[in-house]
Design a protein around this ligand. Structure first.
Ligand SMILES: Nc1nc2c(ncn2[C@@H]2O[C@H](COP(=O)(O)OP(=O)(O)OP(=O)(O)O)[C@@H](O)[C@H]2O)c(=O)[nH]1
Ligand SMILES: [Mg+2]
Length: 425
């Protein structure tokens, strides 16, 4: 099954906890701290893979988690880092986070970092200073990032075949490439896009055949405009028109209504160069129809083909190759710099929100500090308080009207505010 939209819920690995330990050996009465650091958690990546053609797997299995780092241990032994996890997606996968595009994996093997693993917690050996040579403090590992991503597959092809149902799009694709799409004498034979590589005189290009369009597709009629997404990134369109029309309408009426649907879908798409091709020229009376059609669309380049006799097929191929040479690659959709996953975002160190009689301190740095503090260790608690003080959290709380006894939330913890001693969990 061809699925072109999916959601991923990924969690990078958490860092391992730092270790609290002291050297204990015979004849060495005051062995120093020797607790090692925890290992880093594994990162999560997406990688484009040309052998994958659908996002179907993610609909069934949207959850992924990279490995956690292991805890540090005594004798200054660091924990092991967690393995990174790489998730394979089809080429042409566009990645969104909270509605913003954060990546576009076009070419085989392109990689995108989507979630950072947590840092390993520092062991007590790392906290040794000249003033404190026996620290009883070790950090917990930093939790790995959890991220929800929306994936959208937009096929990457040079040429898009569009037209009414039954116009002969899939038949043409099967004539010019090795692709074997389903072909039949009824509308909506093609239910999902097909890709094929067409070759002509040592040159090749990728063609996308999509389901047929009908008038009112923008209102959801037929299969709607959903699949036009897959010709958005082509360099040109080939619009196929059945020489005897479809559903009682003339070729000209069809041509116009499909062009109108495309304009409804996107102005950008409607501005792509179009080659108009009349199909089924082997049928009796076709020449007359083609003449009429050409006359009413003066100035447009129109070709006639027959997939049955092969007439016109070579002409299409050589014309498309000639045209492609003059058309630049479509410009990429801009990825806003600040939203790219994995990019460092400058933000205020913290912010304070008032919730009735209580206050919430928010911010990446503080929340991370909270997650990595082991509140069972006295020294860790006082380090936590000192850092908050240095960051100016106490002052900021008072500015917001926080008074002794008021509740302050950080992460999942509640504190009673007491000025001077800062926050006591
Ligand atoms: N006589 C004749 N019949 C053709 C020609 N091209 C296609 N057909 C027939 O037209 C019918 C529709 O062809 P398809 O290739 O399935 O048409 P399509 O545009 O892909 O149709 P949908 O996938 O339903 O949108 C089939 O019965 C084909 O055999 C042609 O050049 N000459
Ligand atoms: Mg088809």
């Amino acid at each position: 099954m061809f699925i072109d939209k999916a959601q991923l819920i990924v969690q990078a690995g958490s860092g391992g906890d730092g270790c609290l330990s002291f050297r204990r050996e015979k004849y060495i009465p005051f062995g120093g701290p020797n607790g090692g650091n925890g290992g880093a958690g594994g990162d999560l990546f997406l990688v484009a893979d040309q052998n994958i053609t659908t996002l179907l797997d993610f609909v069934k299995h949207p959850h992924f988690k990279a490995e956690n780092g292991t805890a540090g241990s005594g004798w200054d032994k660091a924990g092991k880092s967690g393995q990174d996890l790489t998730i394979r997606v089809p080429c042409g996968t566009v990645v969104y986070r909270e509605g913003k595009m954060v990546g576009d994996l076009r070419k085989d093997k392109e990689v995108l970092l989507i979630a950072h693993g947590g840092r390993g917690g520092r062991g007590n050996a790392s906290f040794k200073t000249s003033r404190n040579n026996a620290p009883r403090i070790a950090e917990k590992g930093e939790p790995g990032e959890t991220v929800t991503l929306d994936l959208e597959l937009k096929l990457i092809a040079d040429v898009g075949l569009i037209g009414c149902p039954n116009a002969g799009k899939s038949t043409l694709l099967s004539r010019i490439s090795a692709a074997r799409p389903k072909i039949a004498d009824y509308p909506f034979t093609t239910l999902s896009p097909n890709l094929g590589v067409a070759k002509f005189k040592e040159k090749s290009f990728v063609v996308a055949d999509i389901p047929g369009l009908i008038e009112g597709a923008h209102l959801g009629k037929g299969l709607g405009l959903e699949f036009l997404r897959h010709v958005e990134r082509t360099r040109m369109l080939v619009h196929l028109v059945d020489v005897f029309g479809y559903d009682g309408k003339t070729p000209l009426e069809h041509f116009r209504s499909i062009q109108k649907e495309i304009r409804h879908y996107s102005l950008k798409l409607s501005k792509k160069p179009v080659l108009v091709v009349m199909t089924k020229m082997d049928l009796t009376g076709a020449e007359e129809e083609l003449k009429k059609f050409k006359k009413s669309l003066k100035g447009k380049e129109i070709l006639g083909i027959s997939a049955v006799s092969g007439a016109g097929i070579q002409e299409i191929l050589s014309l498309v190759i000639k045209k492609l040479k003059t058309i630049k690659e479509p410009v990429d959709e801009e990825i806003p710099k600040e939203s790219a996953v994995g990019r460092f975002i400058f933000e205020d160190e913290f912010s304070i929100e008032q919730e009735e009689k209580s206050f919430r301190v928010k911010g990446k740095k503080i929340e991370r500090l909270f997650a990595m503090t082991n509140f069972k260790q006295e020294e860790a608690v006082s380090r936590f308080q000192n850092i908050l003080k240095k960051m100016g959290v106490e002052k900021a709380l008072e500015k917001h009207g926080c008074q002794a006894g008021d509740l302050v939330h950080i992460g999942t913890m509640e504190f009673n505010y007491s000025p001077g001693t800062s926050l006591n969990p």
